[in-house]
Design a protein around this ligand. Structure first.
Ligand SMILES: [Zn+2]
Length: 341
């Protein structure tokens, strides 16, 4: 059953949204922005349920006919648009136009959530703009967008914006412990997720740390002699989607960051991967602070390159040769101000 209490943090945003429901004053279009996995989608679902709910107060009530239909994803006055492959295409927005032209089947309101709205093609966005310019009566558009790509300014200007910020690590740790997770695991997930509840829950799922562990094995292989073990690991990255490779490299940055902290004898409280302290110590015995900082910089450059249009396989191979080279060099001093963590 959907309930506003499920949203951890984001108090100000939740207050605004519940206030709108209570006063029954809905803007025609809202835009929820913030990093992925932070709770925007859940807030969107709750707001949509609340708009359609027949309850008197504290909507969504969870018990009325509208709530029951909504929870079964069978409410005729609700529709969800999400990317078809990598983009939201114009055909999908055309279908939405047809949907929006209908009168409400049950109550007086109709709602549409557009997930990953930043992935609309320009044609799709322009088509949506027409709908936003002349919104059908009683219709509410809830756009949920990440930060990766900007939306058309013309769309932005027609939406009421609600921003979602990452949670403080401690708030997230407490929320995860309250859900029954062990403090140690909650702590690692909260830090590695960057304060994003959805991402933290993903990391706590079985196999949730697979990508992090793959990054750790990669780091292990760099300390073995010769290139053979490195290629062996690299082969396992072949066939993964670019997004997954970027995820693994992101964890490699976090591991190397922790190696810097250990090599530089900073407090263990600052470590992200606090479940791997023995391994981190092993790497730190081989990688100096300077080596690790240069390695971080190399990994970040590769992430940038493959997030652009570089060939993933070639970029990863070049990175591994570079890292192997770094692992065998002795670098005593690096100007740390040039490589901020
Ligand atoms: Zn209800």
């Amino acid at each position: 059953m959907l309930n506003w209490n499920e949203i951890i943090g984001h108090e100000a945003s939740v207050r605004i949204l519940r206030g709108m429901l209570l006063a029954d004053r809905m803007p025609h279009a809202l835009l929820f922005t913030g990093p992925a996995g932070i709770g925007k989608s859940l807030a969107g679902k709750l707001l949509a349920a609340g708009i359609l709910c027949d309850g008197d107060s504290n909507r969504p009530c969870g018990f009325c006919q509208a709530c029951i239909m909504y929870n079964r994803t069978a409410h005729p006055d609700f529709t969800l648009v999400r990317p078809d492959g990598r983009a939201i295409k114009i055909d999908q927005i055309r279908a939405l136009q047809h949907f929006a032209a209908l009168a409400p089947a049950v109550g007086s309101r109709r709602v549409c959530i557009i997930e990953d709205a930043e992935l609309m093609t320009v044609q799709a966005a322009n088509s949506l703009l027409k709908l936003l310019e002349e919104p059908p009566p009683g219709f509410v558009f809830i756009l949920v967008a990440g930060m990766a790509q900007p939306l058309l300014p013309t769309i932005l200007s027609r939406c009421q914006k609600i921003q979602f910020q990452p949670l403080a690590a401690n708030t997230l740790v407490q929320a995860l412990i309250a859900r029954g997770y062990a403090p140690e695991a909650a702590n690692v997930a909260a830090r590695l997720s960057g304060g994003r509840m959805g991402a933290a829950l993903g990391l706590l799922a079985p196999d949730g740390l697979l990508a992090r562990n793959t990054a750790a094995e990669l780091l292990d292989s760099l300390l073995d002699s010769g290139m053979e073990p490195v290629w062996d690991r690299a082969l396992r990255l072949d066939g993964l989607e670019t997004k997954e490779v970027v995820g693994i490299l992101g964890f490699l940055v976090y591991l190397l960051r922790d190696v810097v902290l250990i090599a530089g004898r900073y407090s263990e409280h600052l470590l992200y991967n606090s479940d791997c302290i023995p391994r981190l110590n092993g790497w730190a015995a081989n990688w100096s602070e300077g080596q690790s900082m240069l390695a971080i910089s190399a990994v970040k450059n590769t992430i940038r390159a493959i997030s652009g249009n570089a060939n993933t396989r070639l970029a990863v191979e070049a990175l591994l040769i570079n890292l192997k080279d770094l692992a065998e060099k002795e670098i005593k001093y690096v100007d740390s101000s040039r490589y901020p963590l």
